[in-house]
Design a protein around this ligand. Structure first.
Ligand code: NAD
Length: 248
Protein backbone atom coordinates (compact mmCIF):
# COMPACT_ATOMS: atom_id res chain seq x y z
CA UNK A 1 0.00 0.00 0.00
CA UNK A 2 2.88 2.36 0.66
CA UNK A 3 3.07 5.14 -1.89
CA UNK A 4 -0.58 5.12 -2.92
CA UNK A 5 -2.00 8.65 -3.25
CA UNK A 6 1.47 10.04 -2.57
CA UNK A 7 1.70 13.80 -3.16
CA UNK A 8 5.38 14.25 -2.38
CA UNK A 9 6.78 17.13 -4.43
CA UNK A 10 3.36 18.43 -5.50
CA UNK A 11 2.35 22.06 -5.03
CA UNK A 12 -1.25 22.70 -4.00
CA UNK A 13 -3.56 25.64 -3.32
CA UNK A 14 -6.72 25.20 -1.23
CA UNK A 15 -9.27 28.02 -1.02
CA UNK A 16 -11.57 28.28 1.98
CA UNK A 17 -8.91 26.37 3.89
CA UNK A 18 -9.38 28.20 7.19
CA UNK A 19 -12.46 26.22 8.18
CA UNK A 20 -14.51 23.05 7.79
CA UNK A 21 -13.97 20.96 4.67
CA UNK A 22 -11.18 23.20 3.30
CA UNK A 23 -9.20 22.89 6.53
CA UNK A 24 -9.50 19.09 6.36
CA UNK A 25 -8.41 19.09 2.71
CA UNK A 26 -5.37 21.28 3.38
CA UNK A 27 -4.22 19.05 6.24
CA UNK A 28 -4.84 15.88 4.25
CA UNK A 29 -2.87 17.07 1.19
CA UNK A 30 -0.05 18.29 3.42
CA UNK A 31 -0.06 14.95 5.24
CA UNK A 32 0.38 13.20 1.89
CA UNK A 33 3.49 15.25 1.15
CA UNK A 34 2.26 18.26 -0.86
CA UNK A 35 3.29 21.84 -0.23
CA UNK A 36 0.01 23.62 0.52
CA UNK A 37 -0.91 27.30 0.25
CA UNK A 38 -4.17 27.98 2.07
CA UNK A 39 -6.31 30.91 0.95
CA UNK A 40 -9.22 32.39 2.86
CA UNK A 41 -10.98 35.62 3.73
CA UNK A 42 -10.45 34.76 7.39
CA UNK A 43 -6.90 34.98 8.72
CA UNK A 44 -5.54 31.47 9.25
CA UNK A 45 -1.84 32.28 9.39
CA UNK A 46 -1.32 30.55 12.74
CA UNK A 47 -3.40 27.50 11.88
CA UNK A 48 -1.62 27.11 8.55
CA UNK A 49 1.76 27.26 10.29
CA UNK A 50 0.66 24.58 12.78
CA UNK A 51 -0.31 22.32 9.88
CA UNK A 52 2.95 22.96 7.97
CA UNK A 53 1.09 24.98 5.33
CA UNK A 54 1.41 28.55 4.05
CA UNK A 55 -1.36 31.14 4.06
CA UNK A 56 -2.48 34.04 1.88
CA UNK A 57 -5.51 36.15 2.68
CA UNK A 58 -7.65 36.07 -0.45
CA UNK A 59 -11.13 37.08 -1.50
CA UNK A 60 -12.01 34.51 -4.17
CA UNK A 61 -14.83 36.70 -5.49
CA UNK A 62 -12.17 39.06 -6.89
CA UNK A 63 -10.55 37.79 -10.09
CA UNK A 64 -7.23 39.54 -9.59
CA UNK A 65 -6.88 38.03 -6.10
CA UNK A 66 -7.15 34.51 -7.52
CA UNK A 67 -4.44 35.26 -10.06
CA UNK A 68 -2.22 36.75 -7.33
CA UNK A 69 -2.83 33.71 -5.12
CA UNK A 70 -1.75 31.27 -7.80
CA UNK A 71 1.25 33.46 -8.64
CA UNK A 72 2.29 33.24 -5.00
CA UNK A 73 2.09 29.44 -5.14
CA UNK A 74 4.34 29.38 -8.22
CA UNK A 75 6.78 31.80 -6.57
CA UNK A 76 6.88 29.78 -3.35
CA UNK A 77 6.94 26.25 -4.78
CA UNK A 78 8.23 26.79 -8.33
CA UNK A 79 5.05 25.33 -9.88
CA UNK A 80 1.37 24.55 -9.40
CA UNK A 81 0.06 20.97 -9.55
CA UNK A 82 -3.23 21.05 -7.62
CA UNK A 83 -5.94 23.67 -7.15
CA UNK A 84 -8.84 22.98 -4.80
CA UNK A 85 -11.50 25.69 -5.22
CA UNK A 86 -13.52 25.14 -2.09
CA UNK A 87 -14.44 28.53 -0.58
CA UNK A 88 -18.14 29.32 -0.63
CA UNK A 89 -21.02 31.01 1.13
CA UNK A 90 -24.51 29.61 1.64
CA UNK A 91 -27.88 30.07 3.22
CA UNK A 92 -31.35 28.62 2.98
CA UNK A 93 -34.23 30.46 1.33
CA UNK A 94 -37.36 28.93 -0.21
CA UNK A 95 -37.94 29.47 -3.93
CA UNK A 96 -40.95 31.62 -3.09
CA UNK A 97 -38.47 34.12 -1.60
CA UNK A 98 -35.76 33.76 -4.26
CA UNK A 99 -33.72 36.94 -4.43
CA UNK A 100 -31.71 37.86 -7.52
CA UNK A 101 -29.19 40.05 -5.67
CA UNK A 102 -28.39 37.30 -3.19
CA UNK A 103 -28.23 34.67 -5.95
CA UNK A 104 -25.83 36.95 -7.81
CA UNK A 105 -23.53 37.06 -4.79
CA UNK A 106 -23.60 33.25 -4.45
CA UNK A 107 -22.73 33.02 -8.11
CA UNK A 108 -19.81 35.42 -7.71
CA UNK A 109 -18.30 33.74 -4.63
CA UNK A 110 -19.16 30.09 -5.32
CA UNK A 111 -19.23 29.69 -9.10
CA UNK A 112 -17.19 32.43 -10.76
CA UNK A 113 -14.35 31.83 -8.32
CA UNK A 114 -14.19 28.21 -9.51
CA UNK A 115 -14.39 29.26 -13.17
CA UNK A 116 -11.61 31.83 -12.81
CA UNK A 117 -9.62 29.33 -10.74
CA UNK A 118 -9.80 26.81 -13.58
CA UNK A 119 -8.64 29.36 -16.13
CA UNK A 120 -5.81 30.76 -14.00
CA UNK A 121 -4.64 27.36 -12.74
CA UNK A 122 -4.51 25.90 -16.24
CA UNK A 123 -2.34 28.86 -17.35
CA UNK A 124 0.21 28.00 -14.66
CA UNK A 125 0.07 24.20 -14.76
CA UNK A 126 1.84 23.56 -18.02
CA UNK A 127 1.46 19.90 -18.97
CA UNK A 128 -0.46 18.09 -16.24
CA UNK A 129 -2.29 18.99 -13.06
CA UNK A 130 -5.46 18.42 -11.07
CA UNK A 131 -8.18 20.99 -10.51
CA UNK A 132 -10.88 20.06 -8.00
CA UNK A 133 -13.84 22.20 -7.02
CA UNK A 134 -16.20 21.65 -4.12
CA UNK A 135 -19.69 21.68 -5.60
CA UNK A 136 -22.66 20.18 -3.74
CA UNK A 137 -25.37 17.55 -3.85
CA UNK A 138 -27.70 20.51 -4.38
CA UNK A 139 -25.95 21.25 -7.68
CA UNK A 140 -27.12 17.96 -9.17
CA UNK A 141 -30.24 16.97 -7.19
CA UNK A 142 -33.19 18.99 -5.95
CA UNK A 143 -32.74 20.11 -2.34
CA UNK A 144 -35.63 22.22 -0.99
CA UNK A 145 -34.55 25.58 0.41
CA UNK A 146 -31.26 25.71 -1.45
CA UNK A 147 -32.36 27.15 -4.82
CA UNK A 148 -30.07 30.18 -5.05
CA UNK A 149 -27.04 28.31 -3.74
CA UNK A 150 -27.88 25.27 -5.89
CA UNK A 151 -27.68 27.37 -9.05
CA UNK A 152 -24.13 28.40 -8.19
CA UNK A 153 -23.11 24.80 -7.50
CA UNK A 154 -24.73 23.47 -10.70
CA UNK A 155 -22.61 26.05 -12.52
CA UNK A 156 -19.48 24.62 -10.87
CA UNK A 157 -20.36 21.15 -12.21
CA UNK A 158 -20.98 22.55 -15.71
CA UNK A 159 -17.68 24.44 -15.72
CA UNK A 160 -15.90 21.31 -14.46
CA UNK A 161 -17.11 19.24 -17.41
CA UNK A 162 -16.23 21.90 -19.98
CA UNK A 163 -12.81 22.58 -18.49
CA UNK A 164 -12.08 18.84 -18.42
CA UNK A 165 -12.78 18.66 -22.16
CA UNK A 166 -10.69 21.71 -23.00
CA UNK A 167 -7.71 21.05 -20.71
CA UNK A 168 -7.65 17.26 -21.03
CA UNK A 169 -5.31 17.27 -24.04
CA UNK A 170 -2.73 19.02 -21.80
CA UNK A 171 -3.04 16.31 -19.14
CA UNK A 172 -4.93 18.59 -16.76
CA UNK A 173 -7.75 16.76 -14.99
CA UNK A 174 -10.76 18.70 -13.71
CA UNK A 175 -13.23 17.20 -11.24
CA UNK A 176 -15.74 18.22 -8.60
CA UNK A 177 -16.77 16.73 -5.27
CA UNK A 178 -20.38 17.09 -4.16
CA UNK A 179 -20.85 16.81 -0.41
CA UNK A 180 -24.28 16.23 1.10
CA UNK A 181 -24.44 17.16 4.78
CA UNK A 182 -21.11 17.68 6.52
CA UNK A 183 -20.64 18.97 10.07
CA UNK A 184 -18.83 22.29 9.55
CA UNK A 185 -19.30 25.81 10.94
CA UNK A 186 -21.25 26.68 7.76
CA UNK A 187 -23.64 23.73 8.07
CA UNK A 188 -24.22 24.40 11.77
CA UNK A 189 -24.87 28.11 11.10
CA UNK A 190 -27.40 27.32 8.36
CA UNK A 191 -29.15 24.28 9.87
CA UNK A 192 -28.69 24.79 13.60
CA UNK A 193 -29.41 21.92 15.95
CA UNK A 194 -31.65 20.10 13.41
CA UNK A 195 -28.54 19.09 11.49
CA UNK A 196 -27.84 15.69 13.06
CA UNK A 197 -31.51 14.75 13.27
CA UNK A 198 -32.11 15.52 9.59
CA UNK A 199 -28.99 13.71 8.38
CA UNK A 200 -29.94 10.64 10.39
CA UNK A 201 -32.96 10.36 8.12
CA UNK A 202 -31.49 11.57 4.82
CA UNK A 203 -28.40 9.35 4.72
CA UNK A 204 -28.75 5.57 4.59
CA UNK A 205 -25.66 5.53 6.78
CA UNK A 206 -27.77 7.33 9.37
CA UNK A 207 -25.40 10.16 10.17
CA UNK A 208 -23.88 13.41 9.02
CA UNK A 209 -20.52 13.43 7.21
CA UNK A 210 -17.19 14.58 8.60
CA UNK A 211 -14.93 17.06 6.76
CA UNK A 212 -12.20 14.39 6.64
CA UNK A 213 -14.51 12.16 4.59
CA UNK A 214 -14.73 14.79 1.84
CA UNK A 215 -10.99 15.42 2.07
CA UNK A 216 -10.33 11.73 1.38
CA UNK A 217 -12.03 11.96 -2.03
CA UNK A 218 -10.24 15.21 -2.85
CA UNK A 219 -6.95 13.56 -1.94
CA UNK A 220 -7.62 10.69 -4.37
CA UNK A 221 -8.58 13.10 -7.17
CA UNK A 222 -5.49 15.23 -6.53
CA UNK A 223 -3.18 12.23 -6.78
CA UNK A 224 -1.75 10.49 -9.81
CA UNK A 225 -3.78 7.42 -8.78
CA UNK A 226 -6.74 9.25 -10.34
CA UNK A 227 -4.81 9.69 -13.60
CA UNK A 228 -7.74 8.45 -15.75
CA UNK A 229 -10.46 10.36 -13.90
CA UNK A 230 -11.64 13.68 -15.31
CA UNK A 231 -14.82 15.69 -15.84
CA UNK A 232 -16.61 13.97 -12.94
CA UNK A 233 -18.76 15.30 -10.13
CA UNK A 234 -18.58 12.80 -7.27
CA UNK A 235 -21.27 12.67 -4.64
CA UNK A 236 -19.73 12.18 -1.21
CA UNK A 237 -22.99 12.35 0.65
CA UNK A 238 -23.43 9.17 2.70
CA UNK A 239 -25.91 8.02 0.04
CA UNK A 240 -28.35 10.91 0.53
CA UNK A 241 -28.54 11.53 -3.22
CA UNK A 242 -29.64 8.04 -4.26
CA UNK A 243 -33.16 8.37 -2.89
CA UNK A 244 -35.29 8.37 0.19
CA UNK A 245 -34.55 6.15 3.19
CA UNK A 246 -38.26 6.12 4.09
CA UNK A 247 -40.19 2.92 3.29
CA UNK A 248 -43.54 3.44 1.58
P1 NAD B 1 -17.05 26.78 6.07
O1 NAD B 1 -17.84 28.04 6.20
O2 NAD B 1 -16.69 26.02 7.29
O3 NAD B 1 -15.75 27.07 5.20
C1 NAD B 1 -15.81 27.92 4.09
C2 NAD B 1 -14.59 28.81 4.09
O4 NAD B 1 -14.66 29.65 2.92
C3 NAD B 1 -14.53 29.75 5.31
O5 NAD B 1 -13.25 29.63 5.93
C4 NAD B 1 -14.75 31.13 4.72
O6 NAD B 1 -14.04 32.16 5.41
C5 NAD B 1 -14.22 30.94 3.31
N1 NAD B 1 -14.75 31.95 2.39
C6 NAD B 1 -16.03 32.36 2.25
N2 NAD B 1 -16.09 33.33 1.32
C7 NAD B 1 -14.84 33.53 0.87
C8 NAD B 1 -14.26 34.40 -0.07
N3 NAD B 1 -14.99 35.30 -0.76
N4 NAD B 1 -12.92 34.32 -0.31
C9 NAD B 1 -12.17 33.43 0.38
N5 NAD B 1 -12.65 32.60 1.31
C10 NAD B 1 -13.98 32.65 1.55
O7 NAD B 1 -17.91 25.86 5.07
P2 NAD B 1 -17.78 24.31 4.63
O8 NAD B 1 -19.04 23.67 5.02
O9 NAD B 1 -16.46 23.75 5.03
O10 NAD B 1 -17.82 24.49 3.05
C11 NAD B 1 -16.74 24.16 2.19
C12 NAD B 1 -17.30 23.85 0.82
O11 NAD B 1 -18.17 22.71 0.90
C13 NAD B 1 -18.14 24.97 0.23
O12 NAD B 1 -17.90 25.03 -1.16
C14 NAD B 1 -19.57 24.51 0.48
O13 NAD B 1 -20.49 25.08 -0.44
C15 NAD B 1 -19.39 23.01 0.27
N6 NAD B 1 -20.45 22.18 0.84
C16 NAD B 1 -20.59 22.05 2.19
C17 NAD B 1 -21.59 21.23 2.69
C18 NAD B 1 -21.79 21.03 4.17
O14 NAD B 1 -22.74 20.34 4.56
N7 NAD B 1 -20.94 21.60 5.02
C19 NAD B 1 -22.45 20.57 1.82
C20 NAD B 1 -22.28 20.73 0.45
C21 NAD B 1 -21.26 21.52 -0.04
Amino acid sequence: MAGYFDLTGKAAVVTGGASGIGAAIAQRLRGAGASVLIADLADATGQARDWGCDFRRTDVSIESEIAALLDEAVTRYGKLDILVSNAAIANVHPMSEADATRADRYFQVNALSALVGMREAAKRMGEGGSIISTASLSGIRGTPGWGEYAMSKAAVVAATQTAALEFGPRGIRVNAVCPGGVRTPLAVAVNGEALDKVMKILSPLGRIGRPEEIAAMVHFLASDDASYVTGQAYLVDGGWGIGTTLAT
